[in-house]
Write a protein that binds this ligand. Structure first.
Ligand code: FMN
Ligand SMILES: CCCCCCC(=O)C(=O)O
Length: 395
């Protein structure tokens, strides 16, 4: 929704929570519901955020923090901040130029995006909208829903590679959509003129029609809908043995798995030879009742330490949340909804605003914690209230 400069001046958000309040006022209620809600009772959505507050800081003082360096290196690329942008579908619903604004904002802050398969801007248009920058910085990543049709999947992969995307992020937690009660009561409709732009045409497919399965009332319905749209349904039959070799045969891009929640799967990912994993429960939108991603993170980080980067998403609203995730073993944090609030606030500038807020808060947390470089952040800097009596239990 368009808004005047005066509006923006008056609002002047200080925290991401302020930005979220603005977004709530600006967004169509159906879009707000689609963005904020999760699956079933939303236990995992809520847990993702609440868990951050359970961790306490154990600061160290009298360390030289005159010069704080928030930069890091992931998969050989330099990030000015350890924060990048998670894939989220249909970003034009938030306003502005959708995915293009988000990608440009990420570039302006020295980081990158992962573009959703279900984007409302084509992967080619996003790539061409980005300015040239030093080759040490990352290029965008492309998120893949692996469709039943190998031809459609291969076509998406090859388009992403030839457009300059440097990693393929395979989402592995969405063989079917989670039970999204809000979406079932009020199915999300893309307004006229807005489309799933990675699909060359409706008939050519290219993006999943999996949301249709939410309409199935019986097992027979499910089968009928699945069979009718088989080509563009996510392939439910994928296995470790098959999927990574097939992807490697299709592309030289790095391969990252998104949706790892246990140490067992993290170890399998290393054995399968992927380049990185993303600890994610899809923002609580898939299997309700899984732990928060912060709870899942330590066992995963311990299982793969030193072998592949561990990327994290879920519930990040503050720079101090980023610090906590890094302390528990993440190498890079992704923000999902938080970027959408920025987009609804003020397009590219709004997303830059959110990233600036998080960067300032993260940098301030580093100074107050007595660390000047990311590599000095460690688990021993966190604690939790003891279950019995007073005191802080070290992690
Ligand atoms: C509105 C919305 C759409 C999403 N679309 C996708 C998607 O297309 N592909 C995907 O892998 N994850 C998708 N996700 C999940 C995010 O990538 C990410 O895992 C999650 O939002 C992180 O949690 P946060 O929103 O609390 O930061 C979506 C999340 C939201 C909120
Ligand atoms: C293959 C399923 C389409 C999912 C649409 C976007 C998404 O991931 C979401 O969480 O919503």
């Amino acid at each position: 929704m368009p808004h005047s400069d005066k509006d923006t001046e008056m609002l002047d958000p200080i925290t991401v929570s302020d930005v979220k309040d603005i977004a709530k006022k600006r967004l169509d209620p159906a879009v707000w519901d689609y963005y904020t809600t999760g699956a079933d009772e939303e236990q995992s959505v809520n847990r993702n955020e609440l868990i951050f507050k359970k961790l306490l800081f154990r600061p160290q003082v009298l360390r030289d923090v005159t010069s704080i360096d928030t930069s890091t290196t992931i998969l050989g690329k330099h990030y000015d901040i350890p924060i990048a942008i998670a894939p989220s579908a249909y970003q034009k619903l938030a306003g502005g130029n959708g995915e293009t604004d988000v990608a440009r904002a990420a570039y302006a802050l020295g980081t990158n995006i992962t573009l959703s398969s279900n984007a409302t801007t084509s992967l080619e248009d996003v790539a061409t909208a980005l300015p040239e920058r030093d080759e040490h910085y990352p290029k965008p990543w492309f998120q893949l829903y692996f469709l039943h049709s190998r031809n459609l999947t291969a076509d998406l992969i090859s388009r992403a590679e030839s457009s300059g995307y440097e990693a393929l992020v395979l989402t592995v937690d969405t063989v079917v959509l989670g039970n999204r009660i809000h979406e079932r009561k009020k199915p999300l409709q893309l307004p006229k003129g807005m489309a799933m732009s990675n699909s060359k045409s409706r008939s050519a497919g290219g993006v999943s029609k999996a949301a249709l399965l939410l309409e199935a009332k019986t097992a027979a319905d499910f089968k009928r809908i699945y069979d009718e749209h088989r080509d563009t349904m996510v392939d439910m039959g994928l296995t470790w043995d098959e999927v990574i070799p097939w992807l490697r045969s299709q592309t030289k891009m790095k391969i990252i798995l998104k949706g790892i929640m246990t140490e067992e799967d993290a170890k399998r990912a290393v054995e399968a030879g992927v380049d990185a994993i993303i600890v994610s429960n899809h923002g609580g939108r898939q299997l309700d009742g899984v732990p928060s991603t912060l709870e899942a993170l330590p066992e995963i980080a311990d299982a793969v330490r030193g072998k592949i980067p561990v990327i994290f998403d879920g519930g990040i609203n503050r720079g101090s949340d980023v610090f906590k995730a890094l302390a528990l073993g993440a190498d890079l944090c992704l923000i999902g909804r938080t970027a959408l609030w920025g987009l609804a606030w003020d397009g590219q500038k709004g997303v830059e605003g959110v990233l600036n807020i998080l960067e300032r808060e993260f940098s301030r947390t580093m100074a107050l914690m007595g660390v000047a470089r990311i590599r000095d952040i460690s688990r021993s800097m966190l604690g939790r209230a003891k279950k019995t009596g007073f005191g802080v239990a070290k992690l």
